[in-house]
Design a protein around this ligand. Sequence first.
Ligand SMILES: C[S@@+](CC[C@H](N)C(=O)[O-])C[C@H]1O[C@@H](n2cnc3c(N)ncnc32)[C@H](O)[C@@H]1O
Length: 293
Amino acid sequence: MSLSPSSRTPRCAKLSVTTLKKTRTKKRPIVLNKIYNENCLDTMNRMSDDIIDCTITSPPYDNMRKYDGNTFDDFDDISKELYRVTKIGGVLVWVVGDQCIRGNESGTSFRQALRFKDVGFNLFDTMIYAKPPRGAVGNNKTYWQSFEYMFVLCKGIPKTIHLIMDRENKDSRNGDNGTKRLHDGTLKKLKRGGYNSTGRRTNIWTYNIGRGHSATDDIAYKHPAIFPENLAQDHILSWSDAGDTIYDPFMGSGTVAKMCIKNNRKYVGSELSKEYYTISQSRIKSCQTHRCD
Ligand SMILES: C[S@@+](CC[C@H](N)C(=O)[O-])C[C@H]1O[C@@H](n2cnc3c(N)ncnc32)[C@H](O)[C@@H]1O
């Protein structure tokens, strides 16, 4: 399958993309519906410009966990590469939190969001991923750490927006026609708009986490930091169309790939760890041979 790169550059681009092209050496072209067991910089190195419709990912942050020995300190290069490979109007969802050391939060989340703006992305929305009932212990002297940020960034203005309409309104009403008597005694015809029983969600999304909640397949929990399948799915549905290409540069256990298969999207992924890569392959296989849920 071939993907044709676009040559247009959005008006909001602040950092010259040409500076990034220089460092790229063309290797084999990217294959769709594949996870690469390698550094995401190597995977993006295979990609031509403007080919990804949507990236949904959660990076390792503040080296809080040793993912099979992998640390993450290439943020600057990764942010530039993500901008380069994203289509005009493509969206990047960056799910991240902060470590707190001796009463001082790292601020990594904000630094990264601002850096993404520096390389050209628009910060379209700062969303919250809430994890009831309490989330992580965090610092014993603060309130429970019960959320992460979901920065929704865009190369220009999102080309695809399908807002999920599942927030319940207090009641619903059909539109109707009425009349109002004016001072001079005449009747004025009025039209009253209606509203549905559900409306668009708020930008705080809540997911129960842990075994039995985050994923439907047990093998996923062998990875120490999966995000919920429903979180991945909700972003896929919000910012892409069927047939679009979704990238996860930190694929972990393969959650994004699994949700792409379930929702008829193409996926590309990168995962450094052989162990987690193997988990992702097993999840994909069972999703393809049985059902994804
Ligand atoms: C927070 S986890 C992602 C979990 C994933 N969202 C899931 O649901 O399974 C981050 C992953 O990034 C991987 N990783 C770290 N640095 C990487 C790099 N430079 N390129 C590719 N993968 C990397 C780690 O091994 C880890 O599995």
